[in-house]
Ligand binder design. Structure first.
Ligand code: AVI
Length: 333
């Protein structure tokens, strides 16, 4: 029995652990084929997070140049009691894209809130395992783990909620920034529709800051973010029979001021042909041609409040870390 399974005493089998099909090999191959045929060529950033990608992301969060995680953690630690204050207790907490669960643990510890149910939703099995081990002791009434997309996790959350137990939904880490604004708006609406009166949403969003800081955050001198980016090609090679030569691609991060996003690219260092067997794909990349792998949108503090209200939430309270320029916004339903 794997150590994770042995350490899950509060698991509620009535709802069950979910491994949902949205991120299976077939979908991965189809999305890779579709993205690489586009102009400009693209790959979906949600596929960064296999076991190695999740570990590389954890390392990014420790880099001095990537301040998102530290800024958000310090806001949560400082304002934990105020964050949970409007919600009737005992409450449930759900985290969309929980990663390793570190920030959720800070909130649970620092707020002292009476929490019955904890719902963990992530596309990375490795991240879910780490998060479950971290927070299971706080889930008086069971831990529900959903390996799937945000939408799948939200549907499961709505279906399995307990009566008279408000839900605080966490969507942290500036994960909203990996959606383009229309898709981000749509996701906020989906979250709002999954919640009821008395519930809340805690949204963490990175803010616009000087270009130099933004580029360093996504192109660090240690090359960890470059490895995180190239790992997507390694994953395609391993899982889809790709022939990408990892040494022949350079990582590039660009601040697109007009669009309000940092773009991450993999630039082909030379003219080269690549095959991806499972995607039935053969392509030729020119020297200097880019594969656009990620967008990280940056917000203005007031703009985030507007987005939440436009999605149907009511009151908002916001805490801003001015030095790193990061905002935590709590919306009520
Ligand atoms: C997970 N996501 C919000 C991170 C971001 O900032 O866009 C992923 C990341 N990519 C490069 N560094 C971090």
């Amino acid at each position: 029995m794997p150590p994770f399974a042995a350490r899950r005493p509060t698991y509620d089998n009535a709802v069950g652990e979910l491994t949902l099909p949205a991120l299976d090999t077939q979908s991965f191959a189809a999305e890779v084929a579709e993205g690489l045929r586009r102009t400009p060529r693209q790959l979906p950033s949600k596929y960064f997070y296999d076991a190695l990608g999740s570990s590389l992301f954890d390392a990014i969060c420790h880099l001095p140049w990537y301040r998102v995680t530290r800024a958000e953690s310090s806001l949560i630690a400082r304002y934990a009691a105020a964050i949970v204050e409007p919600f009737a207790q005992p409450m449930s907490i759900a985290e969309l894209g929980c990663g390793n669960g570190e920030k959720l643990e800070i909130l649970l510890q620092a707020s002292g809130a009476a929490v019955r149910r904890i719902h963990l939703i992530d596309i990375s099995a490795k991240a879910l395992e780490a998060a479950a081990v971290r927070v299971e002791q706080y889930a008086g009434d069971g831990l529900l783990v959903c390996e799937g997309t945000y939408e799948q996790g939200l549907a499961r959350l709505a279906a399995s909620r307990r009566p008279n137990q408000p839900i605080l939904c966490l969507f942290l880490g500036s994960n909203i920034g990996n959606f383009d604004p229309p898709a981000g708006r749509e996701l906020l609406k989906v979250i709002r529709r999954s919640l009821r009166e008395g519930d809340g949403l805690l949204l963490g969003s990175d803010l616009v800051k000087p270009e130099r800081d933004l580029v360093l955050a996504y192109d660090d001198p240690l090359g960890v973010t470059a490895a995180f980016n190239r790992n997507l090609l390694r994953r395609i090679n391993d899982e889809l029979g790709g022939t990408f030569d990892l040494d022949a691609f350079s990582h590039r991060a660009v601040w697109n001021r007009l669009a309000g996003r940092v773009e991450s690219h993999l630039i082909s260092d030379r003219r080269q042909s690549v095959q991806v067997a499972a995607a039935d794909l053969e392509l030729t990349l020119e020297a200097g041609e880019s594969i656009w792998t990620e967008s990280s949108y940056k917000y203005e503090a007031a703009g985030i409040v507007d987005e939440g209200i436009a999605a149907g939430f009511s009151a908002a309270q916001q805490w801003v870390e001015q030095d790193a320029r990061f905002a935590l916004t709590r919306f009520s339903v």
